[in-house]
Design a binder for this molecule. Structure first.
Ligand SMILES: Cc1cc2nc3c(=O)[nH]c(=O)nc-3n(C[C@H](O)[C@H](O)[C@H](O)COP(=O)(O)OP(=O)(O)OC[C@H]3O[C@@H](n4cnc5c(N)ncnc54)[C@H](O)[C@@H]3O)c2cc1C
Length: 403
């Protein structure tokens, strides 16, 4: 953005160059183009990229050094994320790297850490998150999938829903009920399940963008070795809360918003209104500028929170919920404005099944149109997944207004 004051030092900028050079040398062009347009990365893309990062020692940016993290500062992590996103690198699997990995290194036995963490880092195992059920989403503690101990196994029966990437993952982390006699939160355990175990059926759910990322997962007499229990039996709710905090912070969506704003400016520079670039229309330019200002405020808040966390400050404020609500709303506004900027060119939808890196020959509309509407439609869900915005507002009100 013009006139922007840089938050970065010359060393940061040198690191940025190093990251850019690495990404440019390691990402196939068709993969980058597809990701830059907002399509979901395929399993092959994610594995290819995780392997490349692993070979460089960069595949677990947020993990402590003792578990294989690169030891980056917050600024370096931020730069890495931003450049990865801008240059179309596939997102490293959040289910493995952001969600279950940190639960394993914080709460699991040494044997489990040794067994699972290296394979998350290397991309050998991709993971899916089996928390939500048909009648347990916002009210997650009411989940009913049952695990009953039988010798050295748990026998699991039940159903999960909205399980992102279960069809392409290798492992599933599950919340299961192991005690029905106590209050709901006190009877939940956290199990790791190989998705190839007999008794698991994965059925697709297509989303409004015609993509397949979501699934239903049915579990029928699935025998899970007891050694796959994380931490203690019936303590799973504590681990789940830890994980959900990480999921919401990750949902601040700074790189996605920032690169989205850049793309919005590019589209509004190319699109025409009464023969002039749309971005020269004062009304439209003012709306873009307003979003950029709001984004800068959001980004600054995220920085502040990260720096406070790095310096070990604890907060009585539900920051992860606040950042999730704000980041999600901003992203939806940016993407809505992109669709408006496209005008009639937003009418044809280019689902990802039809768009694998090259424009189809007979595609109507300009080269910058594919992906915009699909991404806009998919991200309506951003205010639902990871805990809906209404629930986040309840958490914020509960912590701040009752204090
Ligand atoms: C794209 C996508 C990906 C997802 N991926 C995963 C995944 O990988 N793994 C997984 O386990 N889950 C996943 N989910 C599920 C997600 O976590 C749930 O959809 C979410 O927690 C909401 O639960 P629900 O769908 O059951 O809605 P409900 O809980 O039934 O809520 C319906 C509506 O009521 C509102 N509401 C409910 N309770 C309250 C209340 N107390 N106060 C105010 N309003 C309330 C909600 O905000 C919502 O608007 C995903 C969802 C989506 C859309």
């Amino acid at each position: 953005m013009a006139g922007e004051v840089s938050l970065y030092t010359p060393e940061d900028e040198a690191f940025r160059k190093e990251v850019r050079a690495f990404i440019a040398a390691n990402i196939p062009q068709d993969v980058a183009r597809r990701n830059q347009r907002g399509y979901h990365p395929t399993r092959d893309d994610v594995v290819l990229w995780t392997r490349a990062l692993h070979a460089r020692g960069w595949s677990a940016p947020n993990w402590p050094v003792e578990y294989g993290g690169p030891g980056w500062s917050i600024r370096q992590r931020h730069i890495f994320e931003e450049e990865s996103f801008r240059m179309g690198a596939p997102e490293i699997s959040p289910q493995g790297h952001t969600l279950v990995g940190p639960v394993i290194y914080a709460f699991a036995s040494q044997a489990m850490k040794d067994r699972f963490l290296p394979k998350i880092r290397s991309g050998e195992h991709l993971w899916a998150q089996g928390f939500s059920e048909p009648n347990a989403g916002s009210d997650l503690a009411s989940l009913r999938t049952r695990a009953v101990r039988d010798g050295d196994h748990y026998v699991v029966n039940g159903q999960k829903i909205w399980t992102s990437e279960a069809h392409s993952a290798d492992w599933l982390f599950l919340l299961v009920r192991t005690n029905t006699e106590v209050k709901p939160q006190a009877g939940i355990s956290f199990l790791l399940v190989d998705l190839k175990t007999p008794g698991i059926t994965v059925r697709p759910i297509l989303t409004i963008d015609e993509a397949h990322t979501l699934n239903e997962v049915f579990l029928e007499d699935v025998r899970v070795p007891a050694e796959n229990l994380v931490g203690e039996e019936n303590a799973g709710w504590t681990y789940a809360k830890h994980l959900l905090g990480a999921e919401r912070s990750f949902s601040a969506n700074v790189p996605r918003c920032k690169v989205g704003l850049e793309r919005l400016r590019a589209i509004a520079g190319a699109a025409r209104l009464r023969g002039r670039p749309l971005i020269e229309d004062p009304g439209f330019a003012a709306r873009v500028a307003q979003l950029e200002i709001e984004f800068l405020a959001h980004e600054t808040t995220v920085w502040r929170v990260l720096v406070e966390e790095e310096s070990g400050m604890t907060s009585a404020v539900p920051t992860s919920s606040i950042l999730k609500v704000r980041g999600g709303e901003l992203l939806q506004q940016v993407e809505q404005l992109m669709v408006e900027a496209l005008g009639d060119d937003a009418v044809p939808v280019y689902p990802e099944a039809d768009y694998m890196g090259e424009m189809p020959n007979d595609a109507p509309g300009p080269d910058f149109a594919p992906g915009v509407v699909s991404e806009f439609m998919y991200r309506r869900a951003i205010t639902i997944y990871g805990g809906s915005n209404e629930i986040q507002r309840n958490i914020i009100a509960d912590m701040l207004l009752r204090a």
